[in-house]
Design a protein around this ligand. Sequence first.
Ligand SMILES: Nc1ncnc2c1ncn2[C@@H]1O[C@H](COP(=O)(O)OP(=O)(O)O)[C@@H](O)[C@H]1O
Ligand SMILES: [Mg+2]
Length: 364
Amino acid sequence: MTIRELCESFDINGKYVNCLELGTGNINSTYLVKYVRDDVERQFILQRINKNVFKEPEKVMDNIVRVTNYVREKVEQCKLSTKKLVMRAFLSKADGKPFVIDDNGEYWRCYRFIPNSITYDTVTDLSIVEGAGTAFGRFQNYLHGFDAQSLYTTIPDFHNTSVRYQAFEKAIKDDPLSRVKRVENEIEKLMSFKQKACLLQDYLDKGELPIRVTHNDTKCNNVSFDKDTGEALAVLDLDTVMPGAVAHDFGDAIRFIANSLIEDDTDVENVSLVIEKYEAFTKGFITQVKQSLTELEKATMNLGVFAMTVELAVRFLTDYLLGDTYFKTKHPGHNVDRARNQIALAEDVLRKSARLDEIIKKYY
Ligand SMILES: Nc1ncnc2c1ncn2[C@@H]1O[C@H](COP(=O)(O)OP(=O)(O)O)[C@@H](O)[C@H]1O
Ligand SMILES: [Mg+2]
């Protein structure tokens, strides 16, 4: 099937004009599609779902449709623009499902392009960082009241730090490629972080933290911004929407957005948590969610930053020990570089913890 045929299988009005593959995003294949209706141009996103990552695309789409329908109702109640603030998946003309399966068994979906929007792969502008916080916080807030447990867990134990550590310890024990001896310092550090890093999961397991709808991929390029006004619009990329802890989303976002260097920079001496970025994101996020947080959620938000950073370091190093099969690597030792970078960030989070607690309290 051609891109045009795929588009025409969805229930959208107008005439197909052309399409352009977008280079951004690193999971799915994404196309920007132009249509015209009554002489007005309309834009859509056509995406092929990556079946290697998402083994059950139908469940992924079921989660997305239910979550976006819920958010849309909330946005309507607030008399705000649903076109700008929430993704909309179109249905197949043939069977009303939110996807179309092509001749090769690949799953495709079609979203409305958020009008006049742009995304940023990296951000330096603090107002954009704050906007990302606002968008993810608002998403969380609109979903307050949604039964998170009713969502499919499309990737089991995604943020279960204890399970991630179990896999790590098994990899150390098995040591199939005799790589343990090259990363003994890193292993030692990560083991020293274990108890603290797993605390969030312990609270979840004991039922002390509420299960929330979490986005689970809170990168800045998953938020759309108005091209002209810079206003934060809809949260995108809802593939990993699942039950989780609110601190998972907050922590993972900070880990990504407030690192002074990129995730695999080897200049670990200069890896640090940029306080200004931390504060900007926190301001946006916490302002949106504070009303609905429990006391324990408030108290563990920064623990989430530490836990998400350590968890990722554990995953990078596990992948290294097992032969670099999960994360795409560009050179030998790439996963070690990434793990070292995250370890350095986690250490800085610990050093700055009193300061971070002080800042977050300002916004509660
Ligand atoms: N509905 C949408 N409106 C505007 N831009 C979009 C939309 N969906 C995706 N995009 C653009 O495509 C990029 C990749 O899409 P995304 O769903 O994030 O895929 P991936 O899972 O590969 O990251 C986004 O970062 C954004 O720039
Ligand atoms: Mg994305």
